[in-house]
Design a protein around this ligand. Structure first.
Ligand code: AMP
Ligand code: ZN
Length: 133
């Protein structure tokens, strides 16, 4: 995909700090890290997000997510990680080439990913599930 920064990274046309790669997936450090070792894992082929990537290719990406988490556990003693993937502009996706964030966490790191929750919506659950039939 022309003008996709992550495609450029895969092709070596833009700089990146590689952590790990396979034939199908590439892991590299996020240029704007929220914590040390904040990492992105992407498919080498261009897919926009969760909606268009085929299952097999997604599986190749999540295999690398797991591999990098284990690498950080073994080499750095990291045992707290958030894995985040945004699909769609309204879901805070900014780069439209599918990616998983691997965000190592530790107590007192100053990060706080908290949702505003709506426990009163439990009363709608049956109707919500009905819509899927
Ligand atoms: P998202 O909001 O999930 O689409 O996040 C996109 C992420 O890509 C952000 O955390 C950016 O810091 C990161 N990013 C954008 N350009 C680059 C780049 N050239 N190298 C590494 N990370 C990048
Ligand atoms: Zn791309």
């Amino acid at each position: 995909m022309i003008n996709c920064i992550f495609c450029k990274i895969v092709k070596g046309e833009a700089n990146s700090w590689k952590i790990y790669e396979t034939e199908d997936a590439y892991a590299f450090l996020d240029i704007n890290p929220a914590n040390r070792y904040h990492t992105l894992v992407i498919p080498k082929k261009h897919y926009t997000n969760i909606f268009d990537i085929p299952e097999k290719e997604l599986s190749a990406v999540t295999t690398v997510v797991k591999k990098v988490c284990k690498l950080y556990e073994e080499k750095l003693g990291i045992s707290n990680i958030q894995i985040i993937s945004n699909s769609g502009a309204e879901a805070q996706q900014e780069v439209f080439h599918l990616h998983f964030h691997i965000l190592p966490r530790k107590r007192g790191d100053g990060q706080n990913l908290r949702w505003i929750t709506h426990p009163e919506w439990v009363q709608d659950f049956d109707r919500m599930i009905e819509k899927l039939k």
